[in-house]
Design a protein around this ligand. Structure first.
Ligand code: APR
Length: 227
C-alpha cells in the first residue's frame, strides 16, 4: 500500500471558521506572540495566556470539519495515510482520519506546567487557574509555544521519509522546525501543495502547486488519487 503523508497548517481549518495566524485578519495581527504563546508569557501573566487559549478552545469546539478534512479520510480506502498537522484543533480526528500526528499539541487537552508528558482531557472549554496536575502544579494548554521543543519532530521526520505521495495543505511554511519536514521528503515522492498562495510559497522542486482554497482543491486531488 502506498503511503500518503499530508502536512497541514491553519489554512485547512480556515473554512471551518478558525483564523489562520499570519496575513491580514490573522490571529497574530491582534496579539503579540510574546504575550500569549511563549513560556515567558506564561510565567509573566498565566491568566492572560490561559484566557487566550480558553477563547480559542471554545472556537475549536464550535467548529466543524470541512470538505477538505473530510475528503482526506476517503484516501484511507486505498492508501496508508498519515496526517502530520501543525494545527492544535482536532478537526482531522473529528472528520475521521485514523493517523494524525500533532506537531504543536492539541488545544482540547491540558498539560502539567512542570511535566509536559502529563496530559489530561478538559471538561468543557476552559482550563481554570487553580486546576492542577497530579504533581500539584497548574494545568496549562497542551500546545507547543514558541521557544519550546517540538517533541513529535523525530516521529514526523521518520514518517515523512517514508512518503510515496506528499501533500501540503494551507501553511505558510514559515515556522521551524515544522517547515523543515519538506527537506525530509524522498526525491521520488509525488508532491502537491494546495494553498491560495502555493506557487509563491513553495520551495519544493517537482511539486504540483494548486493556488486554491482547501475545500475546493483537496476534494479534487483526492478524487484524482482515488481514480
Ligand atoms: N485553504 C487553504 N489555505 C488557506 C486558506 C484556505 N481556505 N486560507 C488561507 N490559507 C493559507 C494561507 O495562504 C497561508 O499560507 O493558509 C496559510 C496559513 O499560514 P499561517 O497563518 O502562517 O499558519 P501555519 O503555516 O499553519 O502556521 C504555522 O505557526 O503560529 C504558529 O504554531 C502556529 O502551527 C502554527 C504555525
Amino acid at each position: 500500500m502506498k503511503h500518503i503523508v499530508v502536512f497541514t497548517g491553519a489554512g485547512i481549518s480556515a473554512e471551518s471558521g478558525l483564523k489562520t495566524f499570519r496575513g491580514s485578519d490573522g490571529l497574530w495581527e491582534g496579539y503579540r506572540v510574546e504575550d500569549v504563546a511563549t513560556p515567558e508569557a506564561w510565567k509573566r501573566d498565566p491568566e492572560r495566556v490561559q484566557h487566550f487559549y480558553n477563547v480559542r478552545r471554545k472556537a475549536v469546539l464550535e467548529a466543524k470539519p470541512n470538505a477538505a478534512h473530510l475528503a482526506l479520510v476517503a484516501l484511507e480506502d486505498k492508501y496508508r495515510v498519515t496526517i502530520v498537522t501543525q494545527n492544535i484543533d482536532d478537526l482531522h480526528e473529528r472528520a475521521g482520519s485514523s493517523r494524525v500526528l500533532h506537531l504543536h499539541g492539541l488545544i482540547t487537552k491540558a498539560q502539567s506546567d512542570i511535566n509536559p508528558s502529563l496530559t489530561y482531557p478538559i471538561a468543557g472549554s476552559e482550563i481554570r487557574m487553580g486546576e492542577c496536575c497530579e504533581l500539584g502544579s497548574q494545568l496549562r494548554p497542551h500546545v507547543v509555544w514558541f521557544g519550546e521543543p517540538v517533541p513529535a519532530m523525530g516521529t514526523a521526520i521518520g514518517i515523512c521519509r517514508q512518503a510515496d505521495i506528499f501533500i501540503v495543505v494551507g501553511t505558510s511554511l514559515q515556522v521551524y522546525p515544522a517547515a523543515g519536514l519538506l527537506d525530509e521528503i524522498p526525491v521520488r515522492a509525488a508532491k502537491y501543495f494546495i494553498d491560495p498562495q502555493a506557487s509563491t510559497l513553495s520551495r519544493l522542486s517537482d511539486v504540483t502547486c494548486v493556488d486554491d482554497k482547501a475545500t475546493v482543491a483537496v476534494p479534487i486531488l483526492v478524487e484524482k488519487l482515488m481514480a
